[in-house]
Design a protein around this ligand. Structure first.
Ligand SMILES: NC(=O)c1ccc[n+]([C@@H]2O[C@H](COP(=O)([O-])OP(=O)(O)OC[C@H]3O[C@@H](n4cnc5c(N)ncnc54)[C@H](OP(=O)(O)O)[C@@H]3O)[C@@H](O)[C@H]2O)c1
Length: 294
C-alpha cells in the first residue's frame, strides 16, 4: 500500500486524502497544517494520518501532495527541499489548474518525480466533495513515471485521469476559465440587455438561463458549429447592426468581439458577401453606426 503525505489540509487536501483512505489503496502518512487546531480538524475528517507542524517532521511517503494555495506552492517547494525529507523517486505533486509541475523544480533537483494533478471540481465543502467526486476529470502533467502513478491515484479516488501535452497547462486553464467564467459574464451581459427591454428580472432569468441551458444541450449533442443559430449564421447583417444600435455601452465591445468569433465559427454557412457585410457591421465605429441609424 502506498503512503500519501498531505501538506496543506484545506478543502482540496482533506477531500483527496479522505478519498485516498476510502479507496483502501493508500494510507496517510503525515498531514502538515499551520496550526494544531486545523491539523486536528483535518485529521478528524480524513480519519487517518499523523499531525505534523514542521516539514522536517513529515514521515517517509511515496506520494507528497502540496495542497497549499497556488501563491504558496513555489515557496513551500523550496522549504520542503530544504527540509531534506523527500527521497529520490518519491512523487511530489500539486493540484493547481494554472501552474505547471516545474514549479516544483527544487524537489526535482533532489531526485523527486514532479507532476501536477488538477481535478476539474469545486471543493467548496470536503464532506460534500467526497460524496460527489466520482467521475471527475483529473488533468495530469509532469514527469512520465510520476504521471503513471498519479493516473493510478486518480482512478483509485474515483477520478477520470487524462494527460495534458507538455507545456499545455496554460491552454488547459484558459479553456476552463473561458467555459466557466466567461459563461457567467455572458449571462450577466445578456440579463442586463433583457432588462433594457423592460423584462422583469424573474422573467429575464427564466428566458436567458433557459435558452443558455437549451443551447448547452445542443452543443453537447451536435457540437458548436452545428448548434449555432441566430442572425450571424443566417448572414443577417441588418439585425446585427440594429443590435449594436441598442445594446448598452458595456455590451458593445463584447458583442463585437463575440460576433466576429461567431462569424468565424459560422464558416461557409454564410456567403462571402454576407460575411463581408457582417464584418463591416461588427467592426464599424460606434459613432458611424449611430449616424447611419438616424
Ligand atoms: N478548492 C477547489 O475547488 C480546488 C479545485 C481544484 C484545484 N484546487 C487547488 O488545490 C490547491 C489548494 O486549494 P484549496 O482550495 O484546498 O485551498 P484552501 O482550502 O485555502 O487550503 C489551503 C491549505 O494550505 C494551508 N497553507 C497555506 N499556506 C501554507 C503554507 N505556507 N504552508 C503550509 N500550509 C499552508 C492552509 O492552512 P491554513 O488553514 O492554516 O491557512 C490550508 O490548510 C490549490 O493549488 C488550488 O488551485 C482547488
Amino acid at each position: 500500500m502506498k503512503t500519501l503525505n498531505v501538506i496543506g489540509p484545506g478543502r482540496l487536501g482533506q477531500s483527496l486524502a479522505r478519498l485516498a483512505v476510502d479507496s483502501g489503496q493508500y494510507q496517510i502518512g503525515g498531514v502538515l497544517a499551520r496550526s494544531e487546531q486545523s491539523a486536528a480538524k483535518a485529521l478528524a475528517f480524513i480519519g487517518a494520518g499523523q499531525v505534523c507542524l514542521q516539514l522536517a517532521d513529515l514521515p517517509p511517503a511515496d506520494l507528497w501532495l502540496l495542497a497549499v494555495p497556488d501563491s504558496s506552492i513555489a515557496a513551500v517547494a523550496v522549504e520542503l527541499a530544504a527540509a531534506q525529507v523527500v527521497k529520490t523517486g518519491d512523487v511530489v505533486f500539486h493540484a493547481s489548474g494554472a501552474l505547471e509541475a516545474n514549479i516544483l523544480a527544487p524537489l526535482q533537483a533532489q531526485g523527486a518525480l514532479i507532476a501536477s494533478l488538477h481535478p476539474a471540481f469545486s471543493f467548496a465543502d470536503p464532506a460534500r466533495a467526497v460524496l460527489t467526486f466520482f467521475g471527475t476529470p483529473c488533468a495530469i502533467e509532469g514527469n512520465a513515471a510520476a504521471c503513471k502513478l498519479l493516473n493510478q491515484f486518480a482512478q483509485a479516488i474515483g477520478g477520470v485521469p487524462f494527460a495534458l501535452a507538455e507545456g499545455g497547462k496554460g491552454a488547459y486553464h484558459a479553456a476552463l476559465s473561458m467555459a466557466a467564467n466567461y459563461l457567467v459574464t455572458l449571462a450577466d451581459l445578456s440579463l442586463k440587455t433583457a432588462h433594457q427591454a423592460g423584462i422583469a428580472p424573474e422573467m429575464a432569468n427564466s428566458l436567458v438561463l433557459g435558452l443558455m441551458q437549451q443551447t448547452l444541450h445542443n452543443i453537447q449533442a451536435l457540437g458548436p458549429a452545428v448548434a449555432l443559430t441566430g442572425p450571424i449564421v443566417r448572414g443577417d447583417a441588418g439585425t446585427v447592426q440594429r443590435h449594436l444600435e441598442v445594446v448598452g455601452e458595456n455590451q458593445q465591445a463584447p458583442y463585437r468581439v463575440m460576433g466576429l468569433a461567431t462569424l468565424s465559427l459560422a464558416g461557409d454557412r454564410v456567403s462571402p458577401e454576407q460575411a463581408r457585410q457582417l464584418k463591416t457591421a461588427l467592426t464599424q465605429a460606434e459613432h458611424a453606426l449611430c449616424t447611419s441609424g438616424n
